[in-house]
Every structure is written in C-alpha cells, then in structure tokens.
Design a protein around this ligand. Structure first.
Ligand code: GA4
Length: 321
C-alpha cells in the first residue's frame, strides 16, 4: 500500500480562495486573466453546458467502472489510451484510481467505437455531445482570455482546439472508497502534477479530493460542485503567455467519505506539429523565457517523465542576470 501514500504538508482549508467565474457576464475576461495569473485555476459557473450531458456521461462512467476487472482490462489500446488501474503513466507512478483515457480526435474515432461495445450502445453519442459542448466552452474561455490579454485575433488560442488535427484527450477517473485496512489519511488518488496541454476542463461528482497548490506551496482543497466545471492552465498555455499564466500543480487525495469520486476531464491540446512559443503579440520587446519546441516534442518528453517532474524546466532559457 505504501506507494499510494504521500506526505501532505500545510494542507489548509482556504476553500474560498478558489475563484468562481460567471462566464455569461461580458466583464468576466478580466477575472479570467487574473485567475490564470494568480492560480492557474478557476471554477466556471453559468457555463451553458446542459446538466444532462454531464449526468448522462457520469452514469456511463459509473456503469463502466462497475464492470468486472477482466472486462475493463479488455478496453486497452496503444498507450496512453485505454483502461488503467493504479498504474499512472509508464514510468512507475501509482495512485488509488482506475481510469479510461480516450482520444477526442475527430479523425480517429476507432478507439471510441471500440469502447462503445463495452459501454453499450449510445456511449459515443453521449460522449460526443458532452465533448462538443465542453470544447465549445473551453474555446469561449480561451477567446475571453485573448480579449482580456488584448491579443488578436481572439481565436489565436481557441483555433488550436478547433483544428481537425487538435491532439486533445479525454479521461474518466474513478477513485474508489478507501480500502478497509487503511485509515485513508493522505492516501493519494493521483499524485501532484501539472497538465502538459493548453487547458484542462474537469467535471466531478460531489465527492471531495481535488487539491491545488498555491504559489507559496500550500495545498488547498477544492470544494466539489457537480454543476460546475474547473479549469486548469496547462504547461503549453504557460509557455504561450511567456509565463504570465501559471500551469497549476494539482493532485487528488482520497478522502474518507466512503464515496467514490468520479471525474471527467477534457485536455485541450494543439496539433502535434504546432510550435509552442510565446504569442508574439504578448511579447512587446520581452525575451522568451522558453526554448522553442513543438507539441509533439513536449508530449513525447512528458510521457517519458514522472508525474511530479517539473517538465517545463528542460525548456526554460537560462537568463543572464
Ligand atoms: C497528466 C494529464 C493527463 O491526465 C495525461 C496524463 C498522462 C497519463 O496519465 O498517461 C501522464 C501525465 C498526464 C503527465 C506526465 C506523464 C504522462 C502520466 C505521466 C506520468 C493523460 C497527460 O496528458 O499527461
């Protein structure tokens, strides 16, 4: 069991620190920029995604995770896609979690079809209606961020998610209740990490577990809210804003509520060939803090790393003082 534990220091209960942003209001762009700079994380309310899209997909996920292990293990595809249990990534990370990772690429629906047979009939329909709505919302947020940063065109970021070749992913996570023999104290569901992509949009049921790291290194618990979404700035967006937005470190601890936590996350990524570099219109004479790389290069490197590694470190320029 030991490998699932980690030491939690300074875990405070400053729940109110998490910004909650009503994106239906026109002036939310300033709040969005502020949240991305301060936290790299925020909650989205009045998002326009129908609640039944969320609950329909959640019930599909619950059904899938309740299948026998041998059936779930059939849902495998080339790494990283498919079903996983306790092993995270390929370099030795573990967590008290089982999951399913799917590609969202419109040109590669074969994995989705394959899982459909395990999920039963209309899984790909339910998944696609959810993903289209969530991607649309993610694009609206990226466009509001472009407005807030006063950069043009306003689709400079969102077009990467809309691209047919966009390398986006979708993940269903199931954090089962803690095992009887453990007291659940600091049992790690998913260890600390940042997301490599541009933006991540998470929706969970009402079970606690998600924590984010503040700039001073304190961890705070994020109160769950099944009607809302939580958005993370990813490493790629940090680079594209030349470090102005922070890719937030986050993790999931298993709480002792005896309830399962079920989350679904859309990871919005650019096409593989896309250069990840600070947006020229943001630079105004500033030097880039990062060496240039493509999403393909960064993703390949990320998938060979350990969860808690500082992946952007390798791409930071050494600035002479
Ligand atoms: C974190 C974000 C996404 O869940 C993910 C994860 C991926 C995986 O689970 O296979 C990684 C992790 C994530 C970053 C570092 C590497 C790769 C596990 C891991 C140890 C699907 C992704 O894109 O990167």
């Amino acid at each position: 069991m030991e490998q699932y534990f980690s030491i939690s220091k300074n875990c405070s209960t400053l729940y109110s620190a998490v910004p909650s942003i009503d994106i239906s209001k026109p002036d939310s762009k300033t709040l969005l920029v502020k949240a991305c700079e301060e936290f790299g994380f925020f909650k989205v309310i009045n998002h326009g995604v129908p609640t039944e899209y969320m609950s329909n997909l959640e019930s599909k996920a619950v059904n899938f995770f309740s299948l026998p292990l041998s059936v779930k293990h059939k849902a495998v595809a080339a790494h990283p896609f498919g079903y996983g249990n306790k092993m995270i990534g390929s370099t030795g990370d573990f967590g008290w979690v089982e999951y399913l990772i799917l590609t969202t690429n419109t040109t590669d629906q074969s994995s989705c079809r394959k899982f459909s047979s395990i999920f039963a009939e209309n899984f790909s329909w339910v998944l696609n209606e959810y993903l289209s709505a969530v991607r649309k919302m993610a694009c609206e947020i990226l466009e509001m961020l472009a407005d807030g940063l006063k950069i043009e065109p306003r689709n400079v970021l969102s077009k990467l998610l809309m691209d047919e070749q966009s390398d986006s992913m979708f993940r269903l996570n199931h954090y089962p209740p803690i095992p009887e023999e453990s007291d659940g104290h600091n049992l790690m569901g998913f260890g600390e990490h940042t997301d490599p992509q541009i933006i991540s949009v998470l929706r969970s049921n009402n079970t606690w577990g998600l924590q984010i790291s503040l700039k001073d290194g304190d961890w705070i618990s994020v109160p769950p809210d099944h009607n809302s979404f939580f958005v993370n700035v990813g490493d790629s967006l940090q680079v594209m804003t030349n470090g102005r937005f922070k890719s937030v470190k986050h993790r999931v601890v298993v709480n002792n509520s005896k309830e399962s936590r079920v989350s679904m996350i859309y990871f919005g990524g650019p096409p593989l060939c896309e250069k990840i570099a600070p947006l020229p219109s943001l630079m105004k004479g500033e030097d880039s803090l990062y060496k240039e790389f493509t999403w393909f290069e960064y993703k390949r490197y990320a998938f060979q790393s350990r969860l808690a590694d500082n992946r952007l470190g390798l791409f930071e320029k050494i600035v002479a003082s």
